[in-house]
Design a protein around this ligand. Structure first.
Ligand code: CP
Length: 311
C-alpha cells in the first residue's frame, strides 16, 4: 500500500486498510526484533527528533529504539532541557527543529492539539506520541497488534468482539484513540467508570456506558484498564481511593465474569492495586508486557511508512 499521510495525529484519520497495512508491517519488524541482529537499514540517512515535553518511559524509549533499529539517527529533547523553559513557544520550537532538516518529529505534550498544531506548521512528518486527553494513536495501534496476536492473527476476528475500557476515561487519550480504532474493526466497545470520570460527550461515542463493573465486564473478550491520572484530575472526582479500589479495581474475581479466555491490557504505567490487582497484572491473562514489545514494532512500522511515503 502506498502511504499517503504526512503525519500520524490520531487513529480517527486511518482507514481499516491503513490500519491493516501498519499492523502487517509491524509483524515483519516484530520478527526482526526477535533476531540476534535487530537491524534494518531502510531509514539510513534519515533523522527522527523525539520531542517529549511530558514524561514517558515506554513511548519515548520505543520510538528511539524503533528509529535506531531502522538505522535512522534519533535525537531526543524535552521541554525542561530546551529553550521552551526560557519561554520559546511551540511553533518556534518546531520551526527551529525543522530547520535542522529532520524527516520526522515525534511529539508528546500535555496540551490537546499540540501535535496537530505542529503538523500544520511544519513540512516534515509529525507523529503524535500523546497530546493531553486527546489522542495516542501508536498506543491504540500497538493495543490492536497485541489483540490480533491472540485473536487468530486476523483483523477479521475483531468483528463482533466486545472490549471493555475501564477506569479514568475522562482523562484518557488512550481510551479515545482505541475507541476510534476498534470501532473501525467492528468491535463493540463498553466503557465503565464512576460518572465523574466519564467524558461529558460519552453518549456520542457509540459505546455502551456503565458505572458498575459487575454489569460492564459480563462476557467481554478483553479489558483495557486505564491508569488513574491523578496529575490531570481535579480534587474530589472520587469519594476516596479506597472507595474507587473497592468498586473498580480489576481483580481475578471480576475478570471471571468475562469470557473464559478474556485478556487484560494496560497502556502503563500502572498503579498496581488501584486500577488492577497486582497478581492479575502478572498473570497469564495479562498482555501488558506483550504490549510493550509490540510498541517497538508498531513504531517501526509508523516511522517507515511516514518517512518513506511517496511524495
Ligand atoms: N503508555 C504510555 O504512553 O506509556 P509512557 O507514558 O511510559 O510512554
Amino acid at each position: 500500500m502506498q502511504w499517503k499521510h504526512k503525519d500520524l495525529l490520531d487513529t480517527k484519520e486511518l482507514s481499516k486498510e491503513e490500519i491493516a497495512s501498519l499492523l502487517d508491517k509491524a509483524e515483519q519488524f516484530y520478527t526482526l526484533n526477535r533476531n540476534p541482529i535487530k537491524k534494518s537499514d531502510i531509514l539510513k540517512g534519515k533523522t527522527v527528533v523525539l520531542f517529549f515535553a511530558e514524561a514517558s518511559t515506554r513511548t519515548k524509549t520505543s520510538f528511539d529504539m524503533a528509529g535506531k533499529r531502522l538505522s535512522a539517527d534519533t535525537f531526543a529533547i524535552g521541554s525542561s532541557g530546551s529553550s521552551m523553559s526560557k519561554g520559546e513557544n511551540l511553533k518556534d520550537t518546531g520551526l527551529t527543529l525543522q530547520a535542522m532538516q529532520p524527516d520526522c518529529i515525534v511529539i508528546r505534550d500535555s496540551s490537546s492539539g499540540a501535535a496537530q498544531y505542529l503538523a500544520k506548521n511544519l513540512d516534515c512528518s509529525v507523529v503524535n506520541a500523546g497530546d493531553g486527553w486527546h489522542a495516542h494513536p501508536t498506543q491504540a495501534l500497538l493495543d490492536a497488534y497485541s489483540l490480533k496476536k491472540v485473536w487468530n492473527n486476523s483483523l477479521d476476528a475483531f468483528k463482533g468482539k466486545t472490549v471493555l475500557i475501564m477506569g479514568d476515561i475522562q482523562h484518557s487519550r488512550v481510551a479515545r484513540s482505541n475507541r476510534h480504532l476498534l470501532q473501525k474493526l467492528g468491535v463493540n466497545i463498553r466503557v465503565v467508570a464512576p460518572s465523574t470520570l466519564l467524558p461529558k460527550d460519552v453518549k456520542t461515542w457509540g459505546v455502551d456506558v456503565f458505572t458498575e463493573m459487575q454489569d460492564a465486564i459480563k462476557d467481554v473478550d478483553a479489558v483495557i484498564c486505564l491508569r488513574m491520572q491523578f496529575e490531570r484530575q481535579q480534587a474530589g472526582l472520587i469519594p476516596s481511593i479506597h472507595d474507587y479500589v473497592s468498586r473498580y479495581c480489576l481483580t481475578h474475581k471480576l475478570l471471571s465474569l468475562a469470557k473464559e479466555n478474556a485478556v487484560v491490557l494496560h497502556p502503563g504505567p500502572m498503579n498496581r492495586g488501584i486500577e488492577i490487582a497486582s497478581s492479575l497484572a502478572d498473570s497469564g491473562q495479562s498482555l501488558i508486557l506483550n504490549q510493550v514489545e509490540a510498541g517497538v514494532a508498531v513504531r517501526m512500522a509508523v516511522l517507515s511508512s511516514l518517512i518513506l511515503r511517496s511524495k
